[in-house]
Design a protein around this ligand. Structure first.
Ligand code: 16G
Ligand code: MG
Length: 568
């Protein structure tokens, strides 16, 4: 093929016309919106994925159809680049442009322009591997995607219903197959074998952990979890809950990692299963986020979020590097976002370099690549650990001088196998956490006591135009609307341990306000306040709502719609 097959594309495109009046945007996590509006978008993404592959000399590109933790009626799609990473940022704009072409003719024109501007050699092969989660809108969207593949003549491999991180694994495994950077067998079996084998080596000789309850969010993690159980055998007993993937309306409903993080409570379906001391975790709808929690001796819910996972894992890796005698050669660093609890940042920064970047996996991932070992986690439970190529080589070639060094070195090598380094992976992260807990003989209590979270609160504000909000300093300060940051600073100063920032969401049409506070400074007097909150969280909530009030006044317009909770 030296030219675009315009006739074939036209034929298929006419069957997947773009709904008028809708604008689509390839955002932080790809396209994501109501599933029943996405037919044309997904068809076009099929063609775009093929072109991306041609552009990269026939390397395999991944396409994942999922809307993660969003409600069941939503769906979405994202592209995975050859090394298993998120799509290169410059192509996000191409995706948005193609998705919004108003007619078949406009789409053909946009495609022709793209081929020219990005210098795509159409004679190269196009290879794609694709998968979907368990959403009811999935099958129809997959057939739209397949029409896109047929229109361009893509060699497409169907990975079926699987988790987002497994799809990322497959992309990397396919593209590294037969090279000296081989990532593993390019199959689900290869993935589970790699994880379970390294896990068993890492916990050999340790006490067998108590059974772990996993809330699968009634999503695709239930399928993957069931397979993992087979591969783990007796090494680690897992109890899967919220596994009804075919009952309409259940996906992410009052369960899953996002529910736990935002509600800061147990999924109701787990309430009767959990005993004091019991540890459990929640996955999200596509199994790339993980939240841990346990009940303390009084039966109180205690959450162990992405920040707690980062603290646990980073400290463990630093210790192993030291034990292996490699601390002068291998530098471990951590990447967080502004949402990281201030107490976690303090804990980590006392031990190793910590960098703060804007929200979104791609920012964290790229920053983590700058360390020899880069640990990144978002507070919401998405994260992983990256070992640079030179670090992996060093681990393989290092000659340990004592048996203790040799053991630590082997643990590090096994960790490079256990951790899905392409992207956050709830199942791989869960095994990683369990390895650390087993090595440290920690229960949830000891883990939780690494540091105490500062009370915090997140508030959404619906505004006329969230694009009027612009940030700097890794989203920690507003540059627009002008003057608003100064007002926020004035408020924050009135709270001890106060911190607050405002940013436009990348996935919803809202502005988000985050606040932390310990106590209110005496000078501020008592303002009337009527939201029911526990005493400890009172000030963080108050600060969050006061900042939200400022944001609303600045951008909301109509004063009669100013929510009552937003105090002056
Ligand atoms: C997406 C991002 C996640 C981020 C979240 C923020 C990926 C794969 N996922 O889910 O990293 O935390 O968006 O959402 O990048 P927000 O912009 O609506 O706050
Ligand atoms: Mg997800």
């Amino acid at each position: 093929m030296s030219q675009l097959p315009l006739n074939a594309i036209k034929h298929y495109s006419d069957a997947h016309s773009k709904p008028p009046d809708l604008h689509f945007q390839y955002g932080t996590a790809g396209f994501r919106t109501l599933g029943n509006t996405l037919d044309s978008v997904i068809f076009r993404v099929g063609i775009l994925a093929g072109l991306r592959s041609k552009r990269l000399d026939g390397k395999t590109i991944g396409v994942m159809v999922t809307a993660s933790h969003n409600p069941e009626q939503d769906n979405g799609v994202k592209l995975v680049d050859p090394r298993g990473e998120m799509l290169e940022a410059s192509w996000e704009a191409h995706a948005t442009l193609l998705a919004n072409a108003s007619s078949t003719d406009a789409f053909l024109e946009a495609l022709t322009a793209l081929v020219k501007s990005t210098k795509i050699d159409l004679s190269k092969p196009a290879r794609v591997v694709y998968a979907r989660d368990t959403r009811p809108s999935g099958p129809a969207l997959i057939s739209a995607l397949e029409d896109g593949f047929k229109a361009l003549g893509v060699e497409a491999r169907d990975a079926g219903i699987t988790t987002t991180p497994i799809l990322h694994y497959l992309v990397k495994a396919i593209n590294t197959k037969g090279t000296n950077e081989s990532y593993g067998e390019d199959s689900e079996d290869g993935y589970f074998t790699k994880l379970s084998t390294s896990f068993k080596k890492l916990v050999a000789g340790k006490a067998r952990p108590d059974p772990l309850i996993i809330d699968c969010a009634n999503g695709v993690g239930a399928h993957a979890g069931a397979k993992l159980i087979e591969y783990l055998g007796d090494s680690f007993p897992l109890v899967l809950e919220n596994t009804t993937t075919s009952t309409p309306g259940t996906l992410n409903e009052s369960c899953g990692a996002d529910f736990v993080k935002t509600m800061q409570r147990l999924p109701p379906t787990l309430a009767n299963l959990m005993k004091p001391g019991q540890r459990a975790c929640s996955l999200d709808g596509d199994a790339d986020r993980l939240m841990y929690y346990y009940l303390d001796e009084r039966g109180q819910f205690r959450m162990l979020d992405g920040d707690k996972i980062a603290a646990l894992v980073a400290a463990f890796i630093v210790e192993l590097v030291k034990l292996a005698g490699l601390d002068s050669e291998i530098k471990v660093g951590v990447v967080q976002t502004a949402y990281a609890n201030g107490a976690s940042t303090k804990y980590l920064a006392e031990r190793l370099p910590v960098k703060c970047v804007p929200t979104g996996v791609k920012h964290l991932h790229h920053a983590a690549e700058h360390y020899d070992v880069g640990v990144y986690f978002e507070a919401n439970g998405h994260g992983t650990v990256l070992f640079s190529k030179s670090t992996q080589d060093k681990l393989k070639s290092h000659e340990p001088s004592t048996p203790a060094q040799s053991t630590a070195l082997n643990h590090l090598i096994n960790l490079t196998q256990l951790i899905n380094q392409t992207v956050g992976d709830a199942l791989s992260d869960m095994l990683l956490v369990e390895v650390v807990l087993a090595h440290k003989s920690y229960s949830g209590v000891e883990w939780n006591s690494l540091y105490a979270d500062l009370p915090n609160r997140l508030v959404k504000v619906v505004v006329g135009d969230r694009n009027g909000f612009k940030t700097e300093d890794a989203e920690r300060r507003l540059v627009s609307p002008p003057g608003l940051q100064t007002k926020i600073d004035d408020l924050v100063r009135r709270y001890e341990g106060g911190r607050s920032f405002v940013r436009p969401s990348g996935t919803e049409d809202v502005v988000r306000v985050y606040a932390e506070a310990v106590v209110k400074s005496q000078a501020d007097g008592g303002s009337p306040y009527f939201i029911e909150v526990t005493e400890t969280y009172k000030f963080a909530v108050e600060l969050a709502f006061r900042v939200a009030g400022l944001v609303y006044d600045e951008a909301g317009g109509d004063p009669s719609r100013r929510p009552k909770e937003f105090l002056p």
